[in-house]
Design a protein around this ligand. Structure first.
Ligand code: FES
Length: 166
């Protein structure tokens, strides 16, 4: 077997280096792609999922409307379907507010009283106005809100990120 002379690289050694480099590059690309495929669900943010809850025109002006929807939530590699709802309010058909349907005291479902024009919680007498502010009872903060937007006439909410109004 011929030895490489100092300062020179034989054809065999050169081809070995090139082949090894190509194999290493292919392995890196395949490994990175596979890692991204399997790991990405674990890092996917739930908050990126907007849910279409219907036409914005279905919400009457000045009449809080309870809208039911199915929320698909990703939990790593599983997709979990969960029924949920929101109280949607608009005064002009352009700006919408969507409230979480659970009272901020202990989580009871509340309802809209059209005569009193207030949200009433039956559990401990919590009362909220149309803007979700506490009017009476023990709730420690206003109703939680979903993020909401209108696209092409459809009402979209982002259910898993709620924020309290100030
Ligand atoms: S849970 Fe609504 S007032 Fe207590």
């Amino acid at each position: 077997m011929a030895q490489d002379r100092p300062g020179e690289v034989s054809r065999k050694t050169f081809l070995g280096i090139v082949t090894g480099g190509i194999v290493a590059a292919i392995g890196a690309v395949v490994g990175a792609t596979g890692l991204a495929y399997f790991a990405s669900p674990a890092f996917k943010s739930e908050s990126e999922d907007w849910v279409d809850i219907g036409p914005a025109s279905a919400i009457k002006h000045g009449v809080p409307t309870k809208v039911d929807f199915t929320q698909r939530r990703r939990d790593a590699w599983d997709v979990i379907e969960q029924r949920s709802s929101a109280w949607v309010v608009t005064s002009n058909g352009a700006d919408f507010t969507a409230f979480d349907p659970r009272c901020t005291h202990l989580g009871c479902p509340y309802r809209w009283d059209a005569d009193k024009k207030e949200f009433l919680c039956p559990c401990h007498g919590g009362v909220f106005n149309e803007q979700g502010q506490v009017v009476a009872g023990p709730p420690p903060r206003p109703l939680d809100r979903y993020f909401v937007k209108v696209e092409k006439g459809r009402l979209l909410i982002r259910p898993l990120v709620k924020r309290a109004i100030a």
